[in-house]
Design a protein around this ligand. Structure first.
Ligand code: BGC
Length: 763
């Protein structure tokens, strides 16, 4: 209380300013406290709490302060320093009821320190490592006065044309659910009220990753069975882990936009899942109901959204503009407004803001002098996480690891591009603080070997693409064309390659190519870079590809022509060090793909856990009248769960503790894993289950558990998984979760394709 008082004085408000009219004795009784506040609120103040506004684009600062002081804003986003946020909190505390405002931001894969993009985080298959990224993000974001993050983004994506694939954790319901839970816990820490926690707002609810054709903002049309079985579990996992917020998706679902979808927000989220936090619309989504064609006008849009259960409207004025009239006409009952207000106030209560509105903003005297100071970064953690996120796809004749001797030619437009290292949604990351691959290699080599560098190619020579990418909301153009012609750039790179013992080519996508609104029709590495690669190949020098990208790309050429291929996604602030750690063998790669890499766009969707069909394609048999594409091999180029190491692992046959399982019993499935190579290394042992016969068609297999295991050369480890009834459950035609008796197959392997099977029966 003393601290509150001091803070109050410093902020120019009196002691009883914290929700002043409400007795402080109620402060420890959340429902009573909030009820008492709501009782005192005017309709205008209530509606104010439902507005989530971004400073800058949505509203100039002066006006924002006035609106806060008038009690017209519940939360803001996009301001990310304590000195920026403090006056806003002070303004909110000058409002009649002195209700604090909360501060939110898209802290998706790091805040000041940028971690690998989510697809990279998922590639670690290590929940503790992923938790480190979330915890550090929360510590850094809360230290900048933030109370909420618009994350984790847990949209399952089976279509890499979708640019936001980069923001999610891949294609698998189980893996993404585990990560969803982990991230919520990591962001919220011991409690969302803790000073170093931020409230997680899971997004985008729901099914955004299934937009038709991978085209952003497109419709989603999906059977209830698929929804419940595959796409909804990660959001559910985040809710069950206590996420304080849910962001409602921009897309429609089976004809009804999510923001107007009361089945989604009321029946499923609140009634069935018991969600008790706050729901936020996505940016401008309520006005978009008009363009979806389900609302005639703004009045109707606001009506649909509030009735559906969207508590806060982000970045539009429709609630403020329309709700008073809707209440006056009786179309919206005051109880409906109160319900939404209760959730907003409840979230603020849970954030600890009523106890101390400056909990994360702190005192001015303690503000960091330089918000981007080096000592505010967590480089060690970022490097450790990033090196675990790298997936080794090819390594012919043990090209990698590289020796620290001789001459290495480093080429490619991504070899020295700090901004691209960060990937999209890089929060408060500062490009010049990212370690590029060039810098990382220089640091790793010292004077032991010579590093030649040539850009070799523009990201793309396609003018339309450059214009588009620079039109995204960046501060300055990011895709910059060099003054030299493509031929000159290639010639320079080839000259460097010819003097070198090995070529390292950093190619792929600029970060904007895998972003919101960056859907692609092609998964090709742009033509400018492919021309460079072909010229490099002709030198006959060993060619190592370091791929940077936010979605699976077409890697056929790489597979057939490169000597080694590293899938690095976008590795973040310490990316250059992390990739160098792998290139030079200071870290033995252990990442595994969280998403299948297709052979071609035509093959999409290419996901491992697809349903069975009546005419499956059988490898080695004539293909006619079976389910496949006849011009190319069946199945992905690289399967889900795949990733090599510098050592080799041997996995034994599967041993089951019993060939039958009772419902309350469970069985154990074990394998012996041996490191049969020369180096210490880690791999991920993966457990899949196949339900042989069921009342509805079941996938060919489903991931149910995994374990990352590190072994010294020659070391042997028993890995035992427990299989329980809930691992055998699925959603039946009545949308109930059931486990049906009968035959099952356990499959254990180091990727989703090369597995050892064992059968058992559920009695
Ligand atoms: C995105 C959200 C994001 C929001 C706020 C929207 O355009 O879809 O993911 O959280 O902007 O920045």
């Amino acid at each position: 209380m003393k601290r509150l008082y001091l803070l109050g004085l410093m902020a120019g408000v009196s002691l009883h300013s914290i929700a002043a009219q409400t007795p402080s004795s109620l402060l420890d009784d959340k429902p009573a406290f909030i009820a008492s506040l709501i009782e005192q609120m005017t309709l205008e103040e209530k509606i104010g709490q439902l507005r989530l506004i971004s400073i800058g684009g949505d509203m100039p600062r002066e006006r924002m302060l006035e609106e806060l002081q008038a009690g017209h804003i519940g939360g803001t986003f996009n301001t990310v320093t304590r000195p920026d946020n403090r006056p806003m909190q002070e303004a909110a505390l000058r409002s009649r009821l002195k209700i604090p405002v909360f501060f939110a931001y898209d802290v998706v894969h790091g805040h000041r320190t940028i971690f690998p993009i989510s697809l990279g985080l998922a590639s670690t298959w290590d929940l503790a490592t992923i938790a480190t990224s979330g915890r550090v993000s929360a510590i850094e974001a809360s230290a900048d006065g933030l109370d909420m993050t618009f994350a984790p983004m847990v949209d399952i994506s089976r279509d890499p044309r979708w640019g936001r694939t980069s923001e999610g954790f891949g294609e698998d319901p189980y893996l993404v659910s585990e990560i969803a839970r982990t991230m919520v816990q990591a962001y919220q820490g011991k409690s969302p009220a803790a000073a170093d926690s931020v409230t997680a707002s899971v997004k985008h609810f729901a099914l955004y990753g299934a937009v038709e054709g991978g085209r952003d903002y497109n419709v989603v049309d999906m059977s209830p069975l698929r929804m419940h079985q595959d796409y909804l579990p990660p959001y559910r996992a985040a809710v069950d882990a206590g996420a304080g917020g849910v962001m409602v998706a921009l897309n429609s679902i089976n004809g009804v936009p999510a923001s107007a979808n009361s089945w989604l927000l009321k029946d499923l989220l609140r009634r069935d899942w018991g969600f008790e936090g706050v729901t936020l619309s996505d940016h401008g989504a309520i006005s978009e109901l008009i363009r979806h064609g389900v609302a005639r006008d703004e009045r109707e849009a606001a009506l649909l959204a509030i009735k559906a259960g969207v508590d806060m409207s982000m970045a539009d004025s429709l609630y403020q503009q329309e709700l008073p009239g809707l209440v006056a006409s009786g179309d919206v009952e005051i109880g409906e407004i109160d319900k939404a207000v209760r959730e907003v106030l409840g979230a603020k209560y849970d954030m600890g803001l009523f106890h101390d509105p400056f909990r994360r903003i702190g005192l001015a005297q303690d503000d960091p002098k330089d918000r981007n100071a080096e000592n505010r970064l967590h480089r060690k953690e970022a490097r450790e996480v990033a090196r675990q996120s790298i997936v080794l796809l090819e390594n012919r004749d043990r090209t990698l690891p590289l020796k620290r001797s001789g001459t290495i030619a480093l080429v490619g437009p991504l070899a020295d591009s700090p901004v691209d290292m960060m990937g999209s949604w890089s929060a408060s990351g500062v490009a010049k603080q990212s370690v590029t691959l060039r810098q990382g290699m220089l640091d790793a080599l010292g004077n032991k070997a010579k590093l030649l560098h040539a850009v070799g190619a523009n990201i793309t020579d396609d003018k339309h693409m450059v214009e588009y990418l620079n039109f995204l909301n960046w501060d300055s153009p990011e895709v910059v064309q060099g003054p030299r012609s493509p031929a000159e750039m290639i010639a320079e790179a080839v000259a460097a390659a010819e003097q070198a013992d090995v070529i390292v080519a950093a190619v792929g996508e600029s970060r904007g190519m895998s972003h919101e609104s960056s859907s692609r029709t092609s998964l090709q590495i742009p033509a400018s870079q492919k021309a460079l690669l072909r010229a490099l190949k002709k030198t006959g020098k060993p060619l190592v590809l370091v791929i940077m990208n936010g979605r699976p790309l077409d890697l056929n050429w790489a597979r057939n022509n490169a000597d080694a291929v590293l899938e690095t996604w976008f590795t973040g602030t310490e990316g250059g060090h992390a990739i160098s750690d792998v290139l030079f063998g200071d870290y033995n790669p252990s990442g595994k793909l969280p998403i299948s890499i297709p052979r071609s766009v035509g093959q999409i969707p290419t996901y491992y856990n697809h349903l069975r069909v009546g005419r499956p394609y059988v490898e080695g048999k004539p293909g006619n009248y079976t389910s496949h594409y006849f011009e190319e091999p069946t199945g992905p180029l690289y399967p889900f769960g795949y990733g090599l190491s510098y050592t080799d692992f041997d996995i034994s046959d599967v041993r089951l503790s019993s060939s039958t399982m009772t419902r309350d019993g469970g069985i154990e499935a074990s394998v012996t894993l041996k490191n049969v190579g020369q180096r210490e290394g880690a791999t991920v042992v993966q457990l899949y289950i196949r339900d042989e016969v069921a009342s509805v068609i079941r996938p060919v297999k489903e991931l149910k558990d995994f374990r990352k295991v590190s072994l010294k050369p020659g070391e042997v480890r028993e890995v035992t998984f427990r299989v329980d009834e809930d691992d055998l459950e699925f959603v039946n035609a009545q949308l109930q979760r059931v486990a049906e008796p009968g035959a099952f197959e356990v499959q254990i392997g180091l990727d989703s394709q090369r597995v050892k099977p064992a059968k058992f029966t559920l009695l």
